[in-house]
Write a protein that binds this ligand. Structure first.
Ligand SMILES: Cc1cc2nc3c(=O)[nH]c(=O)nc-3n(C[C@H](O)[C@H](O)[C@H](O)COP(=O)(O)OP(=O)(O)OC[C@H]3O[C@@H](n4cnc5c(N)ncnc54)[C@H](O)[C@@H]3O)c2cc1C
Length: 374
């Protein structure tokens, strides 16, 4: 494992903003990922695993602790009694896989052909587009923790719209090591045709400037982009960042933007839309690093916890007494943006990981060799 210090994270994100990680490991195998997690645990440092950085807003002040980037990316397609399955290591590029497989006549992932980032990040975020999502394709994930490797089925991962038990840090410090995705037998004409159709639609509707994709999740029954556009915010600027003219739910960095610029636009959009419509836009992109508690809480908005609900502020933190408290299903705001050493473990009643990859019925997690990807 090669441990580096003070590594700028901007080049590791799609927005190209943000400061440096105190410590950084480019993990080239599951063993290295586990070693990195152990290294951080032994030093009681926060640790955060990233993939393509296409959904992250890294603080300009950088990140406390260790960032592990999953950079191993072998893939293979296996035939399981007529059911094709993509077995992909965490760092595999999801869109490249979807396009390559479509050309080979495998369907099921066409929706992903333009979703940036890695297979690991998609499994965490439940990435989705055009009516498809990761949760509905995913058979199982193999996870690496400090002291063990284990597999979970899709049904164990608490998937909901753009979130999962992994995203909510319910499993503590784990790295997605490998993902199994269900494919469909199709034809190159059909599958690739669909990819091209989706691609054309993206080209028409989304900016081709540095961004982190949709900034806000769509509220029930409407679209964040529509609400932001109706609030007259298209083209708004903060520093060098701006709300895209093409798609109001994208904040773009045409060059020279800082994380603070992007954050300022996010907050402006939230406040203006809330004032006009009473709808609070929930951030889809994730703050990582040295954001203040106030900044994190402000982004969560004016919601109150349900009676008895845990707040994700982490142990020892309490929000300012007059500040709104975030709701439960958000990523844990914590020192360095990472799960705290005391990250919530699953309660007894919750599904727990099956040890040793014993194959669950619907999602075998056998120990295949994964072939080098083409
Ligand atoms: C132009 C553009 C368009 C986009 N369009 C879409 C879209 O249509 N649909 C959509 O859903 N998203 C979209 N996104 C957002 C982004 O592509 C997805 O969220 C993607 O799944 C993130 O993957 P990533 O590898 O970049 O993850 P990262 O951004 O690196 O990380 C995302 C989360 O996953 C965690 N993580 C990543 N890898 C691992 C791992 N190996 N182990 C443990 N945790 C890990 C991180 O800690 C973080 O919590 C878009 C982004 C851009 C820039």
């Amino acid at each position: 494992m090669k441990l580096e210090r003070g590594v700028s994270l901007a080049p590791h994100t799609s927005l190209r903003v943000g400061g440096a990680a105190d410590h950084f490991v480019l993990a080239t195998s599951a063993e290295e990922a586990a070693e990195a997690l152990r290294w951080a645990r032994e030093r009681d440092l926060p640790v955060h695993v990233i993939g393509g950085g296409s959904n992250l807003l890294v603080a300009d002040a950088g990140v406390t602790g260790l960032i592990v980037k999953a950079a191993y990316a072998r893939t293979q397609v296996e035939d399981r009694h007529g059911q094709p399955v993509l077995i992909a290591e965490a760092g595999a590029n999801l869109a490249n896989q979807a396009r390559r497989l479509a050309k080979q006549g495998f369907g099921g992932l066409e929706w992903a052909a333009n979703v940036p980032g890695t297979v690991g990040g998609a499994a965490v975020n439940n990435a989705g587009a055009f009516g498809g999502d990761t949760a509905s394709c995913l058979l199982s994930v193999r996870l690496v923790a400090v002291d063990r490797t284990f597999c979970l089925n899709s049904s164990d991962l608490g998937y909901a719209y753009r979130t999962s038990a992994l995203k909510r840090r319910e499993l503590g410090d784990v790295a997605v090591d490998r993902v199994e995705l269900r494919l469909q037998v199709s034809t190159p004409e059909r599958a690739d045709g669909l990819v091209k159709e989706f691609n054309a639609q993206r080209m028409r509707t989304q900016p081709r400037i540095l961004s982190a994709g949709s900034v806000f999740a769509n509220p029930e029954g409407t679209f964040s982009g529509k609400l932001i556009e109706e609030a007259g915010l298209k083209g708004s600027r903060a520093g060098a960042a701006r709300i895209s003219e093409q798609h109001a739910n994208f904040i773009v960095n045409p060059g020279g933007a800082t994380a603070r610029d992007v954050y300022a636009l996010m907050r402006r959009a939230q406040d203006v839309v809330f004032e006009r419509t009473g709808t609070w836009l929930r951030a889809e992109i994730e703050l990582l690093g040295r954001w203040s508690l106030e900044e994190r809480v402000a982004l969560e908005g004016p919601r109150r916890p349900e009676p008895g609900e845990r707040t994700p502020l982490g142990e020892g933190s309490s929000p300012p007494s007059n500040a709104p408290r975030p709701a439960r299903c958000e990523s844990t705001p914590s020192r360095g943006g990472s799960s705290l050493p005391g990250a919530r473990r699953p309660a007894r009643s919750e599904s727990t990981p099956s040890e040793g990859c014993s194959p669950p019925q619907s999602a075998p997690c056998a120990d295949h060799q994964v072939a080098a990807h083409g």
